[in-house]
Design a protein around this ligand. Structure first.
Ligand code: NCD
Ligand code: ZN
Length: 431
């Protein structure tokens, strides 16, 4: 059986450094001064050991837009970002609205072997919002789909959403909603507020998101079902999720690193690298989101990693596609926005980037404690490192990072998937 020995690491950043011995796919021993004759050894130098990160929201673009990302390159980006599991959204071409596609995504992810790629199935056929997709066959397929979303589009019809929630409840799967009332965002390209008004950009009001969050909370209540809110972006969404939770409604929510760090002042340059859905909001929204993540009102971080080709980004703001890269910068931005100001400690990082997302979708092997007998899905982080983002150096095929040339704290130095090193010192390690 292969062995991996992590020397001098600090689980959750707590206590004195220990050694962690992995045998096969499982953590076999934890303690000081461990030795193993034939083990691959990683010297941790007191770095922080966390459970492998889980991303509920990525766009890997395969099938259909392999010029912008593939399951292979997206998996490499994920491993380098410290992820051991990612959920690949259904807005591919063709749409992942049948088990043919979702099974392919799962199989291809396993073939690549850098990260577990869990396919997300579409809620409605072709993401058109008219007719429910065959969620049951996708859930029963090889890809074992456990999360469904029309992400990129809102399931806007309340009756379709109601049925989707009821159906998902009976299947034991999760519906993740891209909350955007489409009648309120026709032609919108930026957050509706003073900045967009001054720049002459058509606005996306907060109410377009919040009205759907409120509606879906009520639909979930009545169906006795669970609903998950994708990329929460406003202070009002925080208030609504807080209210819904106080009523015992089964609602969870994610926030992206870019909504925690950036705001609509970025739009001044008209650079479409800052165009994203939902749009970058105001500084007060970002502050409310950071506090909500610290308080547990927002459950977890999700990247919404959305690669786009240069020709779809380096063009007029109004016609550019929305979305930004996220997998390789997520941890550093969480450290900058949450750990550095004292809003989260490292145990908190493990919670919002690994344990909670895994629990929301019911993964058995990810987001587990760092303990003997547990699966060895692990991320090693150097908290003292600093690095400068360069889009061209990221593993993604696309370069659309809004963080170009920005310097961030903390770096993932190793990622381990079921006992196998998948990333080490900035390089993804294939099977
Ligand atoms: C995503 C994409 O490019 O697929 N874009 C985005 O701006 N977030 C879709 C989505 O997550 O809504
Ligand atoms: Zn979305």
């Amino acid at each position: 059986m292969t062995e991996l020995l992590l020397k001098n690491v600090r689980p959750y950043g707590e206590g004195e450094p220990v050694d962690v011995l992995v045998r096969g796919t499982v953590i076999a021993e934890i303690g000081p001064g461990l030795t193993a004759d034939d083990a691959e050894v990683i010297e941790g130098n007191g770095q922080i050991l966390l459970p492998g990160f889980v991303d509920l929201h990525t766009h890997l673009r395969e099938p259909g837009r392999e010029d912008t990302e593939t399951i292979e390159t997206g998996s490499a980006a994920a491993a380098l970002g410290g992820y051991t599991a990612v959920f690949a959204m259904a807005n591919t071409s063709p749409v992942a609205d049948s088990h043919v596609i979702t099974d392919h995504v799962w199989r291809r992810g396993q073939e690549v072997g850098l990260v577990d790629v869990f396919p997300v199935g579409a809620v409605t056929v072709g993401l058109k919002g008219k007719q429910l997709a065959e969620m049951g066959t996708m859930a029963a397929g090889v890809g074992q789909v456990r999360m469904f979303s029309d992400d990129g589009h809102c399931v806007y019809d309340p009756l379709i959403m109601r049925r989707a929630l009821e159906y998902a409840n009976s299947l034991g799967v999760l519906i993740a909603q891209h909350a955007e009332e489409p009648r309120l965002t026709e032609g919108a390209v930026a957050h509706e507020g003073p900045t967009a008004a001054r720049l002459g950009l058509a606005g996306w009001p907060r109410a377009a998101e919040e009205s759907i969050v409120a509606r879906d909370a009520l639909l979930a209540r009545d169906a006795g079902a669970r609903v998950h809110i994708c990329h929460a972006s406003t202070a009002g969404t925080v208030e609504l999720v807080k209210w819904a939770k106080s009523q015992g409604i089964s609602i969870t929510a994610e926030v992206t690193p870019h909504h925690l760090l950036l705001d609509d002042s970025r739009l001044e340059t008209y650079d479409a690298v800052n165009k994203v859905n939902p749009p970058l909001r105001e500084a007060s929204d970002a502050a409310a989101l950071r506090q909500a993540l610290a308080d547990g009102i927002i459950d977890c971080v999700a990247t919404d990693h959305a690669p786009h080709a240069e020709q779809d980004k380096c063009c007029e703001f109004a016609v550019a596609r929305p979305g930004m890269l996220g997998l390789e910068t997520a941890l550093s931005i969480i450290v900058q926005t949450m750990v550095a100001p004292g809003l989260l400690d490292w145990r908190g990082v493990a919670k919002v980037m690994s344990e909670k997302p895994a629990a929301i979708v019911g993964l058995d092997d990810h987001g587990r404690p760092i303990a003997v007998g547990e699966p060895a899905n692990l991320t090693l982080v150097d908290p003292d490192a600093e690095w400068t983002v360069r889009g061209a150096e990221l593993a993604s095929i696309s370069n659309n990072t809004p963080f170009e040339d920005m310097t961030f704290p903390a770096e993932v130095t190793a990622t381990v998937l079921r006992g196998r090193v998948t990333a080490r010192e900035g390089k993804a390690v294939g099977i």
